[in-house]
Write a protein that binds this ligand. Structure first.
Ligand code: XMP
Length: 486
């Protein structure tokens, strides 16, 4: 038995001491960082691979704003691969599912739909699901009779200029200009509608200049896998679908079977970027680094919905876990980033996690209330909320089993639930609107933090950071106090 003399510390136990700073404005600091040795992010934020946090919609929003999302693994392989494909296909300049109307709809219906959707045109799709034509506001403008049918005034397919799937923005722009068009339907190899490019979208100044993109201009996305033999083929399917990185993610990542799986993946997919975790010790980080991880995910029990520490008695306060893991990676002689996973409640926590040596942070619950997270908001006690659940909670375990078997629970397996020992809880969080609003607050806080730390970049923050352990009085003083919050 060993009793460590040093205390384990977490975010609320410390503050960073301000330093003399050459940073004259928050605008001049650089928040970019490495997620893995080959993947760079404009902002150091990753959305968690939890089934109430990251599927395609969240991953698209995260990548557009310079971070990245990791698609959770609690669904069938083909479903997860499909989620990855959705992110990879979400090119900004093409609308993938343009608003459509049938050829026999009335012009009044077409007008109403365009008004409701605030668009200037609709694709016309026939009963067989094929593109029949295109109708725009200009077609409607001079139509003599509101009772006319769409097919009578639309531009029929035979006269439409279309582009093949894969057309580049420059080629689309040239076609639109050459034919003086505003809209360009895109067809796949089978002649089916694959999307719509509009002049307006093309001409818009780049809306997401810092998006996280691959070398083909597609948004980047990660996908989680587990350690069972079946996860080998899951990994293959996800890489095939275009996943930019795999996250080998189990609750106790410093386990022989995790290290063996990592080595096997490294051997089978030498080109893939592979993140592994979770660990919380110097030895854990060292061993994953040595086994070939491209980044290490750190955090045992700091998450808002985690009960691992209560249930098992194991865990390391997160700030200490990050600092120790950085040392473990250094011991291995490799230069790979740390992802601080869990426990981020404020932008201050984000700054502290990074100052401790992490290159990125992974966030779950703070994003679970966003519009882009899976699930819909519900009203509880008059407040709009969304659900979040730990991936080791009973609810998540049951959903996982249901997805795996895809059939009704048998009486026998119902009985097995008694034996499940959850290490997470299910909860609700306030609905928080779109994720970019939260990102803006987090990144704003980080920019300020860098200026207090006299740092233009994250490596300079690592260099400069000086933590002070504080007392409960210090914690109290750090929050608003002796006033009534409006
Ligand atoms: P936050 O605090 O951002 O943490 O919500 C997200 C991280 O929590 C971990 N996680 C769990 N840990 N039991 C645990 O002990 C669970 O059921 C559980 N579910 C998620 C995970 O690392 C996630 O990224």
């Amino acid at each position: 038995m060993i009793l460590r003399a040093a205390k384990g510390l977490t975010f609320d136990d410390v503050l960073l001491a301000p330093r003399r700073s050459p940073v004259s404005s928050r605008g001049v600091v650089d928040t970019s960082t490495q997620l893995t040795p080959t993947i760079r992010l404009h902002i150091p934020i990753v959305s968690a691979n939890m089934d109430t946090v990251t599927e395609a919609e969240m991953a698209i929003a995260m990548a557009r704003h310079g971070g990245i999302g990791i698609i959770h693994r609690f669904m069938l392989v083909e479903q997860q691969a499909q989620q990855v494909r959705r992110v990879k296909r979400a090119e900004g300049f093409m609308v993938e599912h343009p608003y459509a109307i049938g050829p026999d709809a009335s012009l009044a219906e077409a007008r109403a739909l365009m008004k409701r959707r605030e668009v200037g045109g609709l694709v016309v799709i026939d009963a067989g699901g094929d593109l029949a034509g295109l109708i725009t506001q200009r077609d409607l403008l001079l139509a003599p009779d509101a009772l006319l049918r769409v097919h009578e005034v639309m531009t029929p397919r035979s006269r439409l200029i279309t582009a093949p799937l894969g057309v580049t923005p420059a080629q689309a722009q040239a076609l639109l200009f050459q034919h003086r068009l505003e809209k360009l339907p895109v067809l796949d190899a089978a002649g089916k509608l694959a999307g719509l490019i509009t002049a307006q979208d093309l001409m818009k100044p780049e809306q997401f200049p810092h998006a996280t993109k691959d070398d083909r201009g597609r948004l980047r996305v990660g996908a989680a896998i587990g350690v069972t033999p079946a996860d080998r083929s899951r990994a293959e399917a996800l890489l095939e679908a275009g996943a930019d990185l795999l996250v080998l993610d189990i609750a106790h990542g410093h386990a022989d079977h995790c290290l063996q799986m990592l080595q096997a993946l490294r051997r089978d997919f030498p080109q893939a970027q592979i993140v592994a975790g979770n660990v919380a010790t110097r030895a854990g980080a060292h061993d994953l680094a040595e086994a070939g991880a491209d980044a290490i995910k750190v955090g045992i029990g700091p998450g808002s919905i985690c009960t691992t520490r209560v249930v098992t008695g194991f865990g390391v306060p997160q700030l200490t876990a990050i600092i120790d893991s950085v040392a473990g990676v250094q011991d291995s002689g490799r230069d790979i980033p740390i992802i601080a996973d869990g426990g981020i409640k404020t932008s201050g926590d984000l700054v502290k996690a990074l100052a401790a040596g992490a290159s990125t942070v992974m966030i779950g619950s703070l994003f679970a209330g966003c519009e882009e997270s899976p699930g819909v908001p519900v009203i509880r006690d008059g407040q709009k909320v969304k659900v979040v659940r730990g991936m080791a909670s009973l609810g998540a375990a049951m959903a996982r089993r249901a997805a795996e078997t895809l059939e009704q629970e048998s009486a026998e397996s119902q009985g097995e639930w008694d034996k499940v020992v959850p290490e997470g809880v299910e909860a609700v969080v306030p609905y928080r609107g779109q994720v970019h609003e939260i990102l803006q607050q987090l990144v704003g806080g980080l920019r300020s933090g860098l200026s207090y730390g006299g740092a233009f970049t994250l490596p300079e923050l690592w260099e400069n950071a000086e933590f002070i352990e504080i007392t409960p009085a210090g914690v109290r003083e750090s929050r608003h106090h002796d006033v009534q919050k409006m």
